[in-house]
Write a protein that binds this ligand. Structure first.
Ligand code: FCB
Length: 436
């Protein structure tokens, strides 16, 4: 299986999950600093204070990426490292860190791809209502303009997985800010969409030639059985998993069935102002696709598992789901370049006495997903790149350090990095451009 010559191979991370240095060089606190300090919220009481120590190991990590032959690195900016209060005063030391990162990538021939928001909202803005406050969309756009001007980066992603913010952050309360209120969650959804659109329009107005899009976690939804009820439920859940994120951006409207469903649970339809959908549907230049799992639903609307599940209980392993997502995008939406911005598996493999990390499970997971991706490309879906989640073992949100998604093992006691077998295999795939 040969991949296109110009296919862009990469790996992804996010700021709070790897940087550490949470209280250094002027960084302001984010909602994740607050949340991880709240007793009982994160496994083992872990925090991102030190994380994978990336802030202090920038050069080493850049060399590591080069040694793995990466052509693209997707990372996120810590909003509160750049703007400690979320708005206003710029923290030069924070910007300088990202400047050094971007320069270091360029020197090594690695393409930077920056995410503006990967869940670490400045606490100062949460104190003013966070994403429930419509102003937050404008604070986000103002922050985006600062980094668009200050950082020499062509490719940008706006919001990482708005669905996870809505569901984990505002419905289940297992992510910051820990709210359990569907009514509020859909107001947040609309403001996240608005933030995305405002930032995309700002980039287009000020930096023509650069590219921007959202990073959406999409899940193919299948009826768990052959009944009409299961099919109806699958349609509803497809709305909640995929269509409420895609339709406003691509078509400039929320799906009618979804607005009705949400309207019975939230005042969200009332917060939509005239012109919002025009802003939200600012044409995107690329779509970041994150794929982890499918969702099968039965006639009661419950999730049913049909395939093996990873250490992360939500991660049902079904490589064909990636193919289905990609083909569906081409079929149902306007064509834009697709970039896989995340895909990966946690495993617990540790270095042997000889220092080798034999993570066959992860290696097989990547092989199977890349094969599914190749099949979609061969059938004409325009996918220009792929990013493994993640470059490094890191702080896996509510799971703390108990789940390791890295291609590279991190010994948290020493911060020693060890490329796992999957990383060396991936390097060889990148070098050859083919999958055997
Ligand atoms: C995604 C997140 C990423 C990481 C992976 C495992 O939902 O975007 O930060 O936690 O899951």
């Amino acid at each position: 299986m040969r991949f296109p010559q110009d296919f862009v191979w990469g790996a992804a991370t996010s700021a709070y999950q790897i940087e550490g240095a949470a209280h250094e060089d002027g960084r302001g606190p984010s909602v994740w600093d607050t949340f991880s300090r709240t007793p009982g919220k994160v496994h083992g009481g872990d925090t991102g204070d030190v994380a994978s120590g990336h802030y202090h190991r920038l050069e080493e990590d850049l060399d590591l990426m080069a040694s793995l032959a990466l052509r693209s690195y997707r990372f996120s900016l810590s909003w509160s490292r750049v703007l400690p209060e979320g708005t206003g005063q710029i923290n030069q030391a924070g910007l300088d860190f990202y400047r050094r990162l971007v320069e270091g990538l360029r020197e090594r021939g690695i393409r930077p791809m920056a995410t503006l928001f990967h869940w670490d909202l400045p606490q100062a803005l949460q104190d003013k209502g966070g994403w429930e406050n419509r102003d937050c969309a404008h604070w986000f756009a103002d922050y985006a303009k600062v980094v668009f001007d200050e950082l020499n980066i062509r490719d940008w992603l706006t919001i990482n997985e708005p669905k996870t913010v809505v569901e984990a952050g505002y419905q289940m309360g297992i992510h910051a800010p820990g709210v359990t209120d569907p009514a509020r969650s859909f107001v947040v959804l609309h403001h996240l969409h608005l933030a995305h659109g405002l930032a995309a329009a700002a980039l287009h107005a000020t930096h023509p030639g650069r590219r921007i899009g959202p990073a959406l976690n999409l899940a193919p939804v299948y009826p768990a059985d052959d009944t009409d009820r299961a099919r109806e439920q699958a349609r509803l859940h497809d709305g909640l998993e995929n269509r409420i994120y895609l339709d406003p951006i691509f078509n400039g409207r929320y799906p009618a069935d979804m607005l009705e469903w949400i309207g019975g649970r939230s005042r969200m339809p009332e917060v939509i102002e005239e012109g919002d959908l025009v802003t939200i549907s600012e044409p995107i230049d690329l779509l970041g696709v994150q794929y982890y799992n499918p969702k099968y639903v039965n006639g009661e609307g419950e999730r049913v598992f049909k395939h093996p599940v990873a250490q992360a209980q939500w991660l049902e392993i079904h490589p064909d789901g990636l193919y289905d997502v990609l083909v569906r995008l081409k079929r149902d939406y306007r064509e834009v370049p697709l970039v896989i911005t995340e895909n990966g598996l946690p495993t617990l493999d540790e270095p042997d006495e000889d220092g080798r990390v034999r993570d066959d499970g992860r290696l097989g997971f990547y092989r199977d997903h890349l094969a599914a991706l190749h099949r979609a490309i061969a059938e004409g879906v325009r996918v220009e790149g792929y990013h493994a989640w993640s470059l490094l073992d890191n702080f896996e949100w509510a799971e703390g350090y108990s789940q390791r998604f890295g291609l590279v093992h991190v010994d948290y006691a020493t911060q020693r990095r060890t490329p796992k077998d999957s990383a060396l295999w991936y390097r060889d795939v990148i070098r050859s451009g083919r999958l055997d």
